[in-house]
Design a protein around this ligand. Structure first.
Ligand code: MN
Length: 128
């Protein structure tokens, strides 16, 4: 097992595809379908990385990132937004909410794992 990753996502297809890619590459994956469930799962599992959809129903990804970053245990965990909202203004909002970076949707299955591994190596520091 290479690492433990929590994926917070409300779209079943994305949840399926990304979980499949991660598990095939040796990662353990925890899934959460909405923000509150995601925050709870993060506290419970203390994953090595959190992948976070931004467009979520009850509590959006920015609110989730902010909530996570208020917990001292969550300060050093890379939180990577997986989102189609990747324009410059969206990026700024996402980063200032506490995310370490962004992977654009639709993801490219050929390069996705390299992006994940880079963020895991890089940790929370944003070097973009
Ligand atoms: Mn969504």
């Amino acid at each position: 097992m290479k690492g433990r990753i929590l994926y917070i996502e409300d779209n079943e297809q994305n949840l399926y595809l990304i979980t499949y890619l991660l598990e095939k590459n040796g990662y353990e994956v925890f899934q959460a379908c909405d923000g509150p469930e995601g925050v709870e799962a993060a506290v419970l599992h203390k994953p090595d990385m959190i992948l976070l959809d931004i467009q979520l129903s009850s509590m959006d990804g920015h609110a989730v990132a902010r909530a996570l970053r208020t917990n001292p245990d969550m300060i050093l965990i890379p939180i990577v937004a997986v989102t189609s909202y990747a324009m410059v203004g969206d990026r700024d909002k996402t980063i200032s909410a506490g995310c370490s970076g962004i992977i654009e949707k639709p993801i490219n299955p050929d390069t996705f794992m390299a992006q994940i591994e880079e963020y895991l190596l890089r940790g929370v520091t944003l070097t973009e």
